[in-house]
Design a protein around this ligand. Sequence first.
Ligand code: FAD
Ligand code: DLZ
Ligand code: SF4
Length: 509
Amino acid sequence: MVSRLILVLGDQLSPGLSALREADRDHDVVVMAEVADETDYVRHHPKKIALIFAAMRKFAARLRAEGWDVRYSQLDDTENAGSIVGELLRRAEETGASEVLATEPGEWRLIEALREAPVKVQILSDERFIASHQEFEAWAEGRKALRMEYFYREMRRKTGLLMEGDKPSGGKWNFDHENRKPAPGEVDFNGPMQFTPDDTVEEVLALVEARFGNHFGALRPFWFATTEGEARRALRHFISKALPKFGDYQDAMLTENRFLYHAVISAYINIGLLDPLEVCEKVAEAHAAGDVPINAAEGFIRQIIGWREYMRGIYFLEGPDYTGRNGLGHKRDLPELFWGGKTDMLCLEKAVGQTRDEAYAHHIQRLMITGNFALLAGLDPHQVHEWYLAVYMDAFEWVEAPNVIGMSQFADGGIIASKPYVSSGAYINRMSDYCKGCTYSVSRKTGEGACPFNLLYWHFLDRHRTRFSKNARMGNMYRTWDRMDDDRRETVLREAEGFLKRLDAGEAV
Ligand code: FAD
Ligand code: DLZ
Ligand code: SF4
């Protein structure tokens, strides 16, 4: 007699998942399902769907080998109900189970669907994180500003990572000011470890090609890790070959190098193939062994126990309406260039092109190229959010939305960022080699061939003067703008308007 169904979602592929730990292998049945509702709620990149399906199928095989009864539905099964709740109901009828045990999903949408399901569902906490919801709420309680840095220090104390007693290793909590070197001339890292597709992956690739070949994004070559073992090898490769220089070049961008010294493990952590705390422990060990400098180890660990945990905390603290926020009232539709439409802006063309090919772009490309452009141009933050959720292989709403709505688009009114992440072309030129090959001229502020970032930057500041001119961190920017003579300011605004009109008209810009 089957007692309960144990739901395992496509981003819950961890052997230590709370629902599996609570389950009884002899009486409970694991339910895993590839379903149209999950592939279609945004038009996911084909590589992302393939990664999730391949990793799901292999995780199901692993559970079966460990003695679990797994009912797995493939997307093209004729009986497939098309949604997670539909599949649970079908399996309940099939097995006679009357109760479901689930680990909390990473999206309000699915949490609500489970809460409203016409079957009893017990939702357990997702314990694959360092801070529980209650801990984050307690930290946030009564604070005027929820700054990541202070939360991060709590997480350092809690985990003991890079701590000497109650003091941070190296005498400082944060080595960020050592992590802003511009793009290096040469990169002595060949990129993330790549894996040749086996039969399971090939089967999934054929399915995804047939069903989702018309989604934005290249499916092949497909080289991602799809098991815990492969993901661990990819992590070891990163730690030994790239991590020592991760800190120095974290913010750099290069036309011919898509990965620089980045780990490319976010998707593996987010779907459960790697455990975030274990990843950080391995990094701390490499530092203790003298193989990795403190600025790299601290910079990396901060991203995971700081930013990643903090983003999740904000998502669950702020509630289901977070993705609808639009604090700056931006309404412009996402232009075609985000879907690979022609543009002369080389930085954007490269960031979007790489996203199409790899379902990956690193942090500064997401923040200071596509995100910066979207914010300066006043794009509707919800459309921007849906774009990021669709195109990146690591995108799940709990981590994507705070990064996009909060950090990148300032649409949450400043909960996450104390000032908007905006820049003119000068920043992009300093941190990358894009401008050298661009049709636009980064040094031109107005006139024929002037870099659009230069025009839009001032247009943004000018149109949001009431909101930002009192912000202490933006005073210098407004003073520079105010020092320009009237004619120049007028020219900048007129040319920026002209650019936005061409964008709205669907012209290639
Ligand atoms: P590395 O640069 O090597 O960093 C190491 C790890 O730190 C990452 O694997 C990731 O787990 C973690 N990390 C770093 N920065 C962040 C951050 N801001 N938030 C959460 N974790 C972080 N990350 C996602 O996992 N999913 C997303 O959907 C996502 N959307 C983003 C959207 C925008 C607009 C921005 C600015 C950032 C977004 N990020 C997102 C954060 C970050 O860009 C990615 O985690 C990172 O690029 C993943 O590549 P990597 O593994 O090579 O990371
Ligand atoms: C992203 C995704 C996709 C594309 N497909 C599935 C699927 O078919 N079955 C499944 O269980 N999960 C999938 N996922 C991941 C879910 O969308 C994810 O669990 C929720 O968004 C919560 O984070
Ligand atoms: Fe981008 Fe402007 Fe540089 Fe061209 S000149 S690559 S548009 S920042």
